[in-house]
Design a binder for this molecule. Sequence first.
Ligand SMILES: [Zn+2]
Length: 270
Amino acid sequence: MKKLFFSGWKSLILSLAASAVLSFPVSAASIHGEITNVGSQTITGWAWNKEDTNDVQTVEVHILQAGNPEPVKYLKTEADDFSQELEDEIRDGWHKFSVSIDWSQLEGNDFKVRAYAVKGDKYYTLGETISYSKGSGSSASSAKSTAASSNASAQDTAPSSTQAQSTAAASDTSGLTSLGIFTTSGYCGCQQCSKGQGLTYSGAVPQPNHTISADLTLLPLGTRVQIGGVVYTVEDTGSGIKGNSIDIYYTDHNAAHAHGLQQQEVFLVQ
Ligand SMILES: [Zn+2]
């Protein structure tokens, strides 16, 4: 259906060249972090590059709602605050981030919160997606972490949530087989992404939150996988999609572009 999986090789190459000046590339494995708390007024977490502790991480927090692949809010900050817990865990406390959030400005009640360390065009997922409900607060602090254990303190808990309420049904990956970390990107049916072809390789009409394009030698047509709490079906492929790459279909080009390139764990749904 399509050749390019991003906003065009030219801009990709240009931005990679620009990033190279800023001591790029960084291996995904060296970026660590997670959301430690989603509260009624602030979202906190940490992010660091274990290969270069002077490398301050730019963090984007995305607020999502069910049924809408495009975040309803983007929050950006630097992970350069001090945290005693981090100091105790990794001997370097200056990697905490904190962003203010006014939930009352957002319509609806139930949200998913994701955080990424952003380097050029690359998005490194920080820990797990956290659920937040206006009524009951955060689903939980992240269950596990990679560098520091997740006993970072949970200050700023929502007033009504004395007990964490788990609403993470969709992002529950227990019992699923991990296929490993894939580079995910976004595309739509436009001329630029797909040469304007309306149908997928399989012949199905592409649908958001459903259709993905994959390397069919790895993931045959019809394979169902879970990425970021959403179950997708392989219905498409493209010449640029090889190996551990997945292109996620969006209705809107801006939303596809906003996906950027992310390193995400992919789970097989049987
Ligand atoms: Zn497009």
